[in-house]
Design a protein around this ligand. Structure first.
Ligand code: NAX
Length: 327
């Protein structure tokens, strides 16, 4: 049987954590033959650590055959020791009266500390997924704080946007969601993201031709996907948790186990593709194989798409410029 791998999850006592840990421990992320050791990280606060203990009691009570060990941590320097996969879910939410700059600064502090800790103690091949918002910029900060690790091993979660887009297209076309191929989401995990179905196919047929409605694309589809997070909060009184956890599982599973040529969306540091400046943590269509992702290159970008990409890029570079002095 396989040797256990170490999976660190921050914000482990939060609502996404509660929807995520049980699925990782049951083998849905890394495979039904891959034992895992969970390294669970929460803030040192007594209440958070106590809540984390409660989640661990429930994990024990599931008697998962693949759960080879479990640890609770309050410090990333111990929590990330030898970790192979790190899911950075915990972040500082925007409090009442908090300015955007304050939010960026508070998160910059968290993600510089976590990046430095990964740099110091994690496996040299650690795969990092940042979920906590602002996800792209937090991933950028962690990457910049970990100069000894490979920059391509830091990623941000755009998969929820990708899955939301797929589900809207399935509803519009009346086709099964699993039949959609070659969907892409560009840019920031924020309402500015650009979900792009120009290349998408269903059973070999063009989705763009099937829908054939640029007004729907612009006035219904993009706003619906972009504002979906807010619509969930409005309906549920809480932000997306199960769907976010599901997207995190999808992202890590596809990165680790491969997509067999299918496209998925990941937020990854640019190498200059599509004119996105180097290191900007940007949503791109990728394929994955053997634990590596590859950005899908050479796609034609029309005028409308370029304007959408420019807008989300401007937002992201604004965020990154806002934290540069803190790195
Ligand atoms: P919760 O507030 O339920 O849980 C967050 C947990 O993180 C808390 O238990 C808190 O104590 C912990 N935490 C905070 N700072 C920490 C640190 N420095 N180290 C370790 N733990 C820390 O939030 P939840 O609903 O679980 O959401 C978590 C994050 O995901 C938020 O930043 C949220 O905005 C973000 N999201 C990102 C999404 C994406 O697609 N990228 C979608 C869903 C979600 O909104």
């Amino acid at each position: 049987s396989k040797k256990p791998v170490r999976v660190a999850v921050t914000g482990a006592a939060g609502q996404i954590g509660y929807a995520l840990l049980f699925r990782i421990a049951s083998g849905e992320m890394l495979g039904k033959d891959q034992p895992v050791i969970l390294q669970l990280l929460e803030i040192p606060d007594e209440k958070a650590q106590k809540a984390l203990k409660g989640v661990m009691m429930e994990l024990e009570d599931c008697a998962f055959p693949l759960l080879a060990g479990m640890e609770a941590h309050g410090d990333p320097m111990t929590g990330f020791k030898d970790t192979d996969y790190a899911l950075l879910v915990g972040a500082r939410p925007r409090g009442p009266g908090m300015e955007r700059a304050d939010l960026l600064a508070a998160n910059a502090q968290i993600f510089t500390a976590q990046g430095k800790a990964l740099n110091a103690v994690a496996s040299r091949d650690v795969k990092v997924l940042v979920v906590g918002n602002p996800a792209n910029t937090n991933a950028y900060i962690a990457m910049k704080s970990a100069p000894d690790l490979k920059r391509e091993n830091f990623t941000a979660m755009l998969r929820l946007d990708h899955n939301r887009a797929a589900s809207q297209i399935a509803a519009k076309t009346g086709k099964p969601v699993a039949s959609i191929r070659k969907l892409a989401v560009w840019g920031n995990h924020s309402p500015t993201m650009y979900a792009d179905y120009r290349f998408a196919t269903i059973d070999g047929a063009s989705v763009k031709d099937m829908i054939n409605d640029q007004v729907w694309n612009k006035d219904v589809f993009l706003p619906t996907v972009g504002k979906r997070g807010a619509a969930i909060i409005e309906a549920r009184g809480l932000s997306s948790a199960a769907s976010a956890a599901n997207a995190a599982i999808d992202h890590m599973r596809d990165w680790a186990l491969g997509t067999n040529g299918e496209w998925v969306t990941m937020g990854v540091p640019s190498n200059g593709e599509y004119g996105i400046p180097k290191d900007v943590m940007f949503g791109f269509p990728v394929t994955t194989e053997g634990g590596q992702y590859k950005i899908v290159e050479g796609l034609p970008i029309d005028e409308f798409s370029q304007a959408c990409i420019d807008k989300t890029l401007a937002e992201l570079t604004g965020e990154q410029d806002g934290v540069k002095h803190l790195l």
